[in-house]
Design a binder for this molecule. Structure first.
Ligand SMILES: Cc1cc2nc3c(=O)[nH]c(=O)nc-3n(C[C@H](O)[C@H](O)[C@H](O)COP(=O)(O)OP(=O)(O)OC[C@H]3O[C@@H](n4cnc5c(N)ncnc54)[C@H](O)[C@@H]3O)c2cc1C
Length: 387
């Protein structure tokens, strides 16, 4: 299939494809069936250096940009895998690289680069605040050389397969700040230590084989040196990370979109009903062609979001729009793929139903489509603020 980025970042694509070829769809299917974690796959990605793509070379990484990181994520999903098992390290990395102190970078980055430590988790969402992040209730109160954390988080992914987590908590109460986005801070939490001292983790069984959890903080003490950047500015820092996350998720959806289109195109060429291939019917061709057009268009916006991010320019609009377009396009491609596989689309051995479930998540997380639409309406089009 000829696509707009055919040949771009060819070396990275080829190398990631070669690694993914050792982990065919059957591997990911078995992990899904067992509700397991693709440990061997993530280890292989780490050993090959792909999980350290965004770590500067001076700390043992490869110093690549978000564009290249997005190509790695895209190729994983395009191969039939699911980057959800490991993408946290990519979008968390820039938060530490951009806002961490010299001491924090020196302490953690080289060990993350070698794979000794994983930074796969980010704790933002709370059960009562939902998308209204400024209303989070988890607090971090400074007491001498420690912060004491109390509160609750929900849907926090990969906690059981990570060593570190970036946590957002309120350090100044909402009614004492001039702007509601102020007074929140981010911290690096050592997950192993924390679980011995006040952090409880409760897994949430969910539609996708995605390791995600409820977290309960009960007087968890963490050292002040684990504060990232300045106290009170955490929301701003986390937003930079969220833009990276949106661009990366867009790339994953694009990988999914191409996977669905490849799969359904091959199948509809072969499958004979009424004495001809089903792909000969325009009623079958058009939804596939339409979703291909949409994946290609989303891909252009993804590259633009990554380009701006890598240039250090504002990219909130483009990252949000890329995520919106790509999630929508992959979902349309998933629908066409399952539809034209007929009954076989529902059989686990075809992998379509698994990828269908996996790509559905991105209509809701890490930000729902409605919230992107309201961002564009308010911040780009200047329409009145709706909430
Ligand atoms: C599998 C999974 C993994 C996740 N991993 C993480 C993680 O690692 N870390 C983390 O911090 N979070 C994580 N999340 C949380 C995720 O980011 C949130 O679920 C998502 O942002 C939506 O928030 P919510 O669930 O609280 O929905 P709510 O805020 O309750 O919103 C529900 C729905 O209401 C609609 N809605 C809400 N407000 C408005 C409005 N003003 N206008 C129009 N429509 C509106 C939207 O359609 C939205 O989907 C994960 C979620 C899932 C399902």
């Amino acid at each position: 299939m000829q696509t707009i980025d055919h040949g771009s970042h060819g070396d990275i694509r080829e190398a990631v494809r070669a690694l993914c070829a050792d982990f065919p769809a059957e591997y990911h299917r078995k992990v899904d069936e067992a509700r397991g974690y693709p440990e061997k796959f993530v280890d292989a990605l780490t050993k090959a250096g792909w999980m350290a793509a965004l770590i500067p070379e001076e700390y043992g990484g490869s110093g690549l940009g978000l564009t290249e990181a997005s190509v790695i994520m895209e190729e994983i999903n395009r191969s039939g895998g699911n980057s959800g098992a490991c993408h946290g390290q990519m979008y968390n990395m820039n938060t530490l690289v951009r806002h961490g102190s010299q001491a924090q970078r020196e302490k953690y980055l080289p060990r993350i680069a070698t794979g000794e430590l994983r930074l796969q988790s980010m704790g933002v969402t709370e059960p009562t605040a939902g998308t209204d992040t400024t209303r989070i209730k988890t607090t971090a109160i400074r007491k001498g050389d420690r912060y004491v954390i109390n509160g609750q988080k929900v849907w926090i992914s990969r906690v059981q397969h990570s060593d570190l987590m970036i946590l957002l908590a309120r350090t100044t109460p909402l009614d004492q700040v001039a702007k509601k986005s102020e007074g929140m801070s981010i911290f690096l939490v050592d997950l192993h230590e924390a679980q011995k001292k006040g952090l409880s983790v409760r897994p949430i069984l969910n539609m996708v084989n995605h390791e995600t959890n409820e977290l309960f903080f009960d007087d968890l003490e963490i050292p002040v040196e684990n504060l990232i950047g300045e106290e009170g500015k955490g929301f701003k820092y986390i937003m930079t990370g969220l833009n990276a996350e949106r661009a990366l998720i867009a790339a994953e959806c694009i990988g999914d979109g191409y996977w669905f289109i490849d799969k359904v195109t091959a199948y509809t060429k072969e499958r004979q009903v009424f004495g001809r291939p089903i792909g000969q019917n325009q009623g079958v061709q058009f939804p596939i062609a339409e979703s291909f057009i949409e994946v290609e268009a989303a891909n252009l916006m993804r590259y633009e979001a990554c380009r701006l991010y890598d240039a250090g320019e504002p990219c909130g609009a483009q990252a949000n729009m890329a995520k919106y377009l790509a999630a929508k396009a992959s979902w349309e491609a998933a629908n066409a793929c399952i539809q034209f596989h007929g009954g076989f689309g529902f059989a686990a051995e075809y992998d379509v139903e698994r990828k269908f479930r996996e790509t559905r998540l991105y209509q809701v997380a890490p930000i729902s489509t409605n919230l992107i639409l309201s961002y564009v309406a308010e911040h780009i089009l200047g329409l009145p603020r709706s909430f």
